[in-house]
Design a protein around this ligand. Structure first.
Ligand code: UDP
Length: 233
């Protein structure tokens, strides 16, 4: 199958294939944080993120969530439907951490009364700012698309919370992205992995996600392997 590089991101390369409307997402071992100001890399990261994403997408599909996922083709590569991405990052939170803790003055680890959804504008130059619906309308994102993003975020959260709870993990927060296929159908895209979620061990509180890299906590490789084992059994 002829592959052509379409786009290279911080943690993934995306290729077109001979198949119309189908892409390959190849997960790299590279990591970045703080808008790419911090960089790193470790063996097995791409494999762990590809396998975790594939398992999570399969579970969500089986529970009625439309996703771009088609199949995992090798250790680090997923086959996906080609989408036109919305310029939106949808963040859903169950426990205060990171930027929300700073925003509303909560101590990290405070449980929220109800899940909080945030919509951020996907623009590296601006640092992915959180915007409201007025800003998004100005930027050409429709109310219907924003409503889909918020509802999808909450539905995904409702499914992922028990999925991770059963595996001894508190799903603190996560980020998803949404795209539209050629037929106009909106669906979940991108990845769901320790790069894009905060996972805390239910009993020890240990962080098992990219915060180990962001905050130089050590043991990042082991944390991703632990999450891989818990998700894929
Ligand atoms: N997140 C992400 N990509 C981004 C920004 C955030 O995947 O560009 C995820 C992050 O891993 C966490 C959640 O979204 O699970 C909330 O991140 P937060 O806004 O707290 O960002 P931080 O303060 O860590 O930069």
């Amino acid at each position: 199958m002829a592959e052509r590089l379409l786009y290279e991101g911080k943690a993934k390369k995306v290729f077109t294939t001979d198949e119309e409307g189908v892409l390959l997402h190849r997960f790299k071992d590279d990591a970045t944080a703080f808008n790419a100001k911090k960089r790193g890399s470790w063996a097995g990261k791409g494999r762990a993120n590809a396998a975790i994403s594939a398992a999570v997408f399969e579970y969500l599909e089986a529970n009625g969530i439309p996703t771009h996922f088609i199949e995992r083709v090798d250790e680090t590569t997923l086959k996906t439907r080609r989408l036109e991405m919305l310029p939106v990052e949808v963040i859903v939170r169950n426990v205060a951490a990171g930027s929300l803790a700073r925003l509303i003055g909560y101590e990290e680890g405070t449980e929220l009364k109800a899940p909080i959804v945030e919509l951020c504008y996907k623009d590296d130059a601006l640092g992915d700012p959180m915007l409201n619906w007025y800003h998004f309308r100005e930027l050409g994102v429709s109310d219907a698309d924003l409503e889909f993003c918020e509802e999808l975020g909450l539905r995904v959260n409702g499914l992922l919370w028990p999925f991770f709870d059963e595996r001894g993990i508190v799903l603190v927060d996560f980020k998803i992205e949404v795209g539209r296929d050629a037929g106009g159908t909106l669906m979940l895209a991108d990845e769901i992995s320790p790069d894009t979620c905060r996972f805390w061990d239910k009993t020890s509180g240990e962080k098992l996600d990219k915060d180990r890299f962001r905050r130089d906590l050590g043991g990042v490789e082991e944390a991703y392997e632990d999450m891989l084992r818990r998700v894929t059994g």
